[in-house]
Design a protein around this ligand. Structure first.
Ligand code: HEC
Length: 110
C-alpha cells in the first residue's frame, strides 16, 4: 500500500512539473481573455483605431510574454492598470495560445 502511494506521488509530481515547465506563466481562462481583449484592447488596437491593430498573431509567444511582463513602458499603461492581474493573465493566455508561432495562430477577425 505504501509503495503504491509512493508511485502515485511520484507520478503526480512528474505530471505537475511538466505542466509547470511548459509555460512561463500560469494559464488562465482563454475564453474570458478573448472577450476582454476584444472589449478593452481592441477598442484602440484595430484598423482605423487610435493605435496599430493587434491580433494574437501579431507577435510570437515569447514576445507576448515579454509584453505582459513589461507593459509599463507602453503608452497605454493606464488601460492595462484598469484591469485586474487575473484579467491580464486571461488575455495573455488567449494571445499566447494563438500567437504566430503557436500550434493555432489566429487573427482577431477569426
Ligand atoms: C485607449 C487606447 C488603448 C487601449 C484601450 C489599449 N492600448 Fe495598447 N497602445 C495604445 C497606443 C496609442 C499605443 C502606442 C502606439 C502604438 O503602438 O500603436 C499602444 C501600444 C501598445 C503596445 C506596444 C506596441 C506593440 O505593438 O508592441 C502593446 C503591446 C499594446 N499597446 C497592447 C495593448 C493591450 C494588450 C491592451 C489591452 C490590455 C491595450 N494595448 C489597450 C492605445 C491603447
Amino acid at each position: 500500500m505504501a509503495r503504491k502511494l509512493f508511485f502515485i506521488a511520484v507520478t503526480l509530481t512528474m505530471v505537475f512539473s511538466f505542466v509547470a515547465a511548459s509555460f512561463a506563466f500560469t494559464p488562465g481562462d482563454e475564453r474570458k481573455g478573448k472577450y476582454m481583449f476584444r472589449k478593452t484592447c481592441r477598442a484602440c488596437h484595430i484598423d482605423g483605431g487610435s493605435a496599430k491593430a493587434l491580433s494574437p498573431n501579431s507577435k510570437t509567444q515569447a514576445q507576448w510574454e515579454k509584453a505582459f511582463e513589461k507593459y509599463d513602458r507602453f503608452q497605454c499603461v493606464a488601460e492595462w492598470n484598469k484591469l485586474t492581474p487575473e484579467d491580464r493573465n486571461n488575455i495573455l493566455t488567449y494571445l499566447h495560445g494563438h500567437a504566430i508561432d503557436s500550434p493555432a495562430p489566429a487573427t482577431c477577425a477569426q
